[in-house]
Design a protein around this ligand. Structure first.
Ligand SMILES: Nc1ncnc2c1ncn2[C@@H]1O[C@H](COP(=O)(O)OP(=O)(O)OP(=O)(O)O)[C@@H](O)[C@H]1O
Length: 311
């Protein structure tokens, strides 16, 4: 388990991480989700002891990672900056890493196989594509067969097959009882990969919970209703505790607080004809934007109204 309590990191005037508290449970994939500059990488670096918190603390399995006697066996990390000797082969890179922890060549070949790099194991890692580099980084993270995995943007640069492979890999690791923290700035990707979410914006935690809980907390579900007797439908919805907008001059009603089935049943019970009854759910990306609105460090200006390609 990873536990952060009031975790804070300042670089001069910049507060990269601002009092984050969250837990990452074993046996689950936890998505660490936030826009660029939200403090995800900085937090992950503190988890693995590469950065010291300015205040607060983060523990892995009950103690600070830097106090771990065999860190590679406890926490496997893929962090954004790739630290590898470009002239070394993938196999030699992993062997050198393993040697510091008494991890032998057999295990190196095993992880190369796991990540699908066996065929290129003797090639210079410096010539690897971004996707191959990511696979090698994941191999390094898996080397010590750690109980905790911290993966910063692991799908970055991967093709669709690679993305699916990462998804299946983290699922298998979590199903094996491991603690898995995976960062991303893509809500849709996290919704497919994660069980739990820690959503961050501008260095702060803005939401935690299962993916479904986080989405439900912000997604503004509603039901679109058209009826020639809209006013009577609206009255029935009100009596049942729902809220209604619209309906003026033949416009559809937008019902909140009741689902489509309930609205349909209410109308049927009163003999009110319905011409449309459409459940509407905000998209995951909409939910994410709602959550982190105002927390985005580098917001783009609205797209220009004129059509035409800019590139
Ligand atoms: N070494 C550093 N020195 C100064 N500022 C830093 C340093 N590292 C990070 N920051 C700043 O801290 C903030 C958080 O950065 P961080 O890289 O942790 O965010 P992130 O959520 O991982 O973003 P991204 O998705 O773009 O990688 C940013 O404003 C960044 O510019």
């Amino acid at each position: 388990m990873i536990v952060a309590e009031g975790l804070t990191k300042r670089y001069g005037a910049t507060t990269a991480v601002d009092g984050m508290s969250f837990r990452v449970e074993p046996g689950r994939v936890t998505g660490f989700l936030g826009p660029n500059g939200a403090g995800k990488s900085t937090t992950m670096r503190m988890v693995v002891g590469l950065d010291r918190p300015t205040a607060g603390r983060v523990t892995v399995g009950g103690h600070a990672y830097v106090d771990s006697p065999a860190p590679l066996r406890e926490v496997g990390a893929l962090l954004e900056a790739r630290a590898l000797h470009p002239g070394r082969s993938a196999r030699d890179h992993l062997r050198a890493l393993g040697a510091t922890h008494g991890i032998g060549a057999g295990r190196v070949d095993e992880v190369l196989e796991t990540v699908g790099l066996t065929g290129v194991a003797r090639r210079r890692a410096g010539g690897f594509s971004l996707g191959m580099g990511q696979r090698l980084g994941i191999a390094a993270a898996l080397l010590g067969d750690p109980r905790v995995l911290v993966l910063d943007e692991p799908v970055n640069g991967l093709d669709p097959e690679g993305v699916r492979w990462v998804r299946q890999t983290v699922r298998r690791l979590a199903d094996g009882g491991r603690t898995v923290l995976v960062s991303s700035h893509l809500m849709a990707e996290m919704a497919m990969t994660a069980d739990d979410l820690v959503v961050v914006g501008r260095g702060r935690v803005v939401a935690t919970g299962t993916v479904a809980e986080v989405v439900a907390s912000v997604s503004d579900a509603s039901v679109l209703v058209r009826s020639p007797r809209a006013a009577d439908v609206a009255a029935a919805v009100h009596r049942a505790g729902g809220r209604v907008e619209g309906g003026a001059a033949g416009a559809p009603l937008v019902v909140r607080g009741l689902d489509a089935a309930r609205v349909g049943d209410l109308a049927a019970a009163e003999g009110l004809p319905l011409h449309e009854l459409t459940p509407r759910q905000a998209s995951l990306e909409d939910a994410f934007m709602t959550l982190t609105a105002g927390d985005v460090e580098y917001a783009s200006a609205a797209a220009p109204a004129t059509s035409g390609r800019t590139s």
